[in-house]
Write a protein that binds this ligand. Structure first.
Ligand SMILES: Cc1cc2nc3c(=O)[nH]c(=O)nc-3n(C[C@H](O)[C@H](O)[C@H](O)COP(=O)(O)OP(=O)(O)OC[C@H]3O[C@@H](n4cnc5c(N)ncnc54)[C@H](O)[C@@H]3O)c2cc1C
Length: 471
């Protein structure tokens, strides 16, 4: 099918105003938030309903045209890059909150609803949707489900997967699949809901999502612990958890990140510190006060030179915002910013951070680390310049070693950003040969023609492991 005929056929399905094909328009859809990757789609289409998605996929199947589902394109693994061209299926028009069901504690939404929009809507009714990726103002629930997004509250509340109860999805051949629902208990057959969560747009297009809600916590309180030694901060994280405090947020920023955030946002962070821990607890007031008090004491015992407790919820929110500025602040330093999400069991946090620092020195790079310390999910971030090929080679080698080390410590190559293109050749390190074979089989069952988000997740080649394995 020629491009002109494809454009006309899509215009007949969704209306002329919902199809983009001018070169200047397509250029905006050649990239996502991942650095270094760029490829033009043939056409961009904005369906307004499940039936339009179905008609587009039937057309794409018949003509063997790649389809790339897209939410806000904030992913950091190249998940929405149209590497083979094709139809960019932009889900943003499907942005209705269909229902908030207070009796069943669920919300049912279309995939284009933003994470923040859902959180606000349910909070207004005294309810709570915990997953809060740093990108929540722009990221969509569809994108969160497809990436199994985490967030700052992952330690206490889990990730997107833990809240998805049911899905409606369209398979590449146009068939409609409904999984799960509002039942708190449901063991009918294979857990297809969980299979689709984190499938990165490669198995089906998600058109409706039912999520679990919680009662909104009574209050929350935050503190900032300041350390002169990174190891002390790492040990403080372990001590807090050992003492049976599960803060809703327990984030770390290293020296480089603190400086970048302070230069960017002027929030009063101590730029001479080696690390800060941002600690937030929510729940009943008495529990929150006791937990923050004890967490502060444990930080001091582990060497924190100061612990600042926010006097009000608003002051705490400001501290949380400072942490959310980490990526934009680091991204300003150089033309390119490579951010990864190597994750380790939290007992290995300090060792992993030390390894990242040593690797940065070995390859003469600036690698700043921040992240979700409480769940071992680190974001080593390297401001660099993609025009400098020699520097990029060093960046690639450094991150290969960081992934290898994470896997050696019983961790993973990606804690929340997904595999996409960025990490597909490392996947076998984590899931093994048998895992890759089963994954390929699953892809073939859902998408035998290979039209849905082709070239993502599954490895094209497998890299050799680098670091001597431990234990
Ligand atoms: C500043 C910043 C902070 C971030 N912080 C976090 C964080 O704290 N935690 C975290 O986990 N991530 C974070 N991210 C990464 C990103 O925001 C998440 O991966 C998010 O879930 C992507 O949502 P999106 O709507 O942008 O999806 P997109 O980027 O558009 O798509 C992501 C993937 O989902 C697929 N997809 C999208 N919609 C559908 C659909 N309806 N059906 C099927 N497949 C679909 C796409 O094909 C793609 O593979 C951050 C990104 C940035 C830029």
């Amino acid at each position: 099918m020629g491009d002109a005929a494809l454009i006309q056929a899509l215009q007949r399905i969704v209306g002329e105003q919902h199809v983009l094909h001018a070169p200047a328009d397509l250029a905006a859809y050649a990239v996502d938030a991942t650095p270094l990757l760029r490829s033009l789609p043939t056409v961009v289409v904005f369906p307004g309903s499940r039936d339009e998605v179905k008609a587009i996929l039937e057309l794409a199947s018949e003509k063997r045209i790649p389809v790339i589902p897209r939410g806000a394109a904030s992913n950091l693994s190249g998940g929405t890059i149209a590497i083979e061209g094709g139809i960019m299926l932009n889900m943003n028009r499907m942005n209705r909150i269909i229902e908030v069901d207070a009796a069943n504690l669920t919300a049912t939404v279309q995939p284009g609803v933003t994470t923040a929009q859902l959180a606000r809507e349910v909070e207004a009714r005294g309810l709570f949707y915990p997953p809060d990726p740093g990108s929540q103002v722009i990221s969509t629930i569809g994108g969160n489900v497809a990436e199994n997004a985490g967030g700052l509250r992952g330690l206490k509340y889990g990730v997107t997967r833990d809240y998805v109860m049911g899905l409606e999805a369209v398979l590449p051949n146009g068939a409609i699949l409904r999984t799960g629902g509002k039942n708190a208990k449901d063991v009918a057959g294979y857990d297809l809901t969980r299979l689709l969560v984190g499938s990165e747009g490669t198995l089906a297009v998600i058109t409706e999502i039912t999520v679990k809600l919680l009662p909104k916590p009574e209050t929350k309180r935050a503190a900032l612990a300041i350390f002169d030694r990174l190891e002390d901060a790492g040990r403080a994280v372990a001590r807090i958890i050992e003492n049976k405090i599960i803060p809703c947020t327990l984030e770390i920023m290293d020296k480089g990140t603190i400086k970048a955030v302070e230069d960017f946002a002027h929030v009063g962070l101590p730029t001479d510190a080696a690390a800060v821990l941002f600690i937030e607890q929510d729940g009943p007031r008495a529990v929150v006060d006791a937990d923050i008090e004890l967490a502060g004491r444990l930080c001091r015992e582990e060497g924190a030179r100061d612990v600042k407790v926010a006097a009000t919820v608003e002051e705490g929110t400001k501290l949380a915002e400072a942490r959310r500025f980490a990526l934009p602040a680091l991204a300003r330093l150089r033309p390119t910013c490579v951010l990864e999400d190597a994750t380790v069991p939290r007992s290995h946090l300090a060792e992993m951070i030390r390894f990242i620092e040593a690797t940065a020195r070995k390859y003469n790079l600036l690698i700043c680390t921040f992240g979700h310390a409480g769940d071992g999910n680190l974001h080593p971030t390297c401001p660099c310049d993609e025009r400098d090929h020699e520097e990029l080679e060093r960046v690639e080698k450094a991150f290969a070693e960081i992934f290898d080390k994470a896997v050696s410590l019983g961790g993973t190559i990606t804690g929340e950003h997904g595999v996409g293109i960025a990490k597909q050749d490392y996947l076998e390190w984590k899931i093994g040969e048998a895992g890759v074979a089963v994954s390929k089989g699953i892809k073939a069952v859902f998408d035998p023609l290979g039209i849905l988000n082709p070239g993502k997740v599954l490895p094209k080649a497998t890299r050799k492991r680098l670091v001597v394995r431990q234990g």
